[in-house]
Write a new protein. Structure first.
Length: 416
């Protein structure tokens, strides 16, 4: 009786050992002093199997001929097929016809090492883009390990981005053509308008010169108003030509001392500065890569603006200063990306304007002053904005009515 019991126990032990060797047992219990002790077998292979099953990617083992001898559940879910239809099938049967040769090349390389690449799987009428990483399991196993990553979502996003980029490029090209056509039209139209306008002015001047004695005071007044209006129109045309010229500009950038340009502008404005008692104080401007003639126009427009919009019986005082700041310290639009920017401030003591209108003054033909004695076309400040934009900069204005205005220019501090 005892011998039979011992044989039974020995047979159970041998079965347990064989099951452990085969990886069929993960835990077992042994009675010691009438108490069961539980032993677990979390071997490296067991942990690996659990890990692979939890992959967010497909994991396969295939023979050199492509026969699938192992697959995790994720790969079956990716294909939309049950496990029994995947295991034992040939991987070549899952390939899109256009990816067979690519997979064969990757397979040939992986037989002696590793290979990676993109291929297409085809299940019925469904195509699945995937990225595969293949590794030879030789010499331990005559097979290959394959990790498969689903690229469907990434490909969809890439397609959206590509279509967006194409659409954006098309719209940018169309906008560039439209802007060029508009600027060209403005230039041609303005240029052609000047000739008949000059004739009107010449004829009006001749009539007024030769026939003024026979005119009634009212007729003479009408002729004088006509001549003044024609001259104002001529100034508008010239200003529009200037704006078109700066919009179309493709001039070269030159390392330039802005102090020297400011001095040149002040020399050009010497007469009007002396007549109005204008003083300019500058604490020093940087040397930057700019289009020199455009910056001469920029400084000229801003100084003339300060002189034009002065207070009655108060001599204009213009203060100019420059400082360099890191981008993080400046409140600039998100499109500005340089590490540092030069801030150039041009402050005057003129009549100023209400801060709520600071954006409007850079629009074409906008004038905030209705004083008839102050001449203006409404194009000078838009030209300033265009010049600053040509230099990848930003211009804004700060003002108070009766106190004055400050124009602030931000320019990227690029290497010389």
């Amino acid at each position: 009786m005892e011998l039979a019991e011992l044989k039974d126990r020995l047979e159970e032990a041998e079965q347990l050992i064989n099951a452990i060797k085969a990886g069929e047992v993960d835990a077992f219990a042994i009675n010691t002093d009438n108490k069961p002790d539980v032993y677990t077998l979390e071997s490296g292979d067991y942990a690996y199997r659990v890990l692979v099953e939890e992959f967010g990617e497909g994991a396969l083992t295939v023979t050199e001929e492509g026969l699938i001898v192992y697959t995790n559940s994720y790969f079956c879910e990716l294909l939309g097929l049950p496990y029994d239809q995947v295991i034992g099938s040939n991987f070549f049967n899952l390939l899109h016809s256009g990816s067979v040769s690519s997979f064969q090349r990757l397979l040939a390389v992986s037989l002696t090492g590793k290979s990676k690449g993109e291929i297409l799987l085809a299940i019925g009428d469904r195509t699945i883009p995937v990225y595969i990483s293949m590794t030879s399991l030789q010499p331990k196993l005559p097979s290959l390990g394959i990790i498969i990553t689903d690229l469907t979502r990434r490909k969809e996003i890439e397609e959206v981005i590509i279509n967006y980029q194409k659409d954006l490029e098309f719209k940018n090209n169309a906008l560039t053509r439209t802007n060029a056509e508009l600027a060209s039209f403005a230039y041609i139209a303005s240029h052609d308008l000047q000739e008949p306008l000059r004739k009107i002015q010449t004829i009006a001047d001749l009539i007024l010169e030769k026939e003024a004695a026979s005119f009634s005071p009212e007729t003479k007044k009408y002729f004088e108003r006509m001549i003044l209006s024609s001259r104002r129109m001529q100034r508008l045309i010239i200003a529009l030509l200037d704006y078109s010229r700066f919009a179309l500009s493709e001039a070269d950038f030159v390392q330039t001392d802005l102090d020297q340009l400011l001095t040149e502008v002040m020399d050009n404005l010497q007469q009007s500065m002396e007549e109005t008692g204008t003083t300019v104080e500058s604490s020093g401007l940087p040397s930057l890569k700019v289009i020199p003639y455009q910056f001469i126009q920029l400084f000229s427009n801003l100084l003339q603006n300060a002189i034009k919009y002065r207070k009655p019986d108060v001599a204009p005082r213009i203060v100019i200063g420059a400082s360099k700041f890191p981008l993080a310290q400046l409140d600039l639009p998100a499109s500005f990306r340089a590490d540092y920017y030069w801030e150039i401030r041009i402050r005057d003591n003129g009549i100023g304007f209400e801060q709520q209108y600071s954006g409007r003054i850079f629009e074409l033909f906008q004038r905030l002053s209705n004083r008839p004695e102050i001449e203006g076309t409404g194009i000078g400040l838009p030209i300033c904005q265009k010049i600053v934009q040509n230099h990848e900069g930003y211009i804004t204005a700060e003002a108070q009515t009766g106190i004055g205005a400050t124009f602030v220019i931000y320019l990227p501090a690029l290497p010389a």
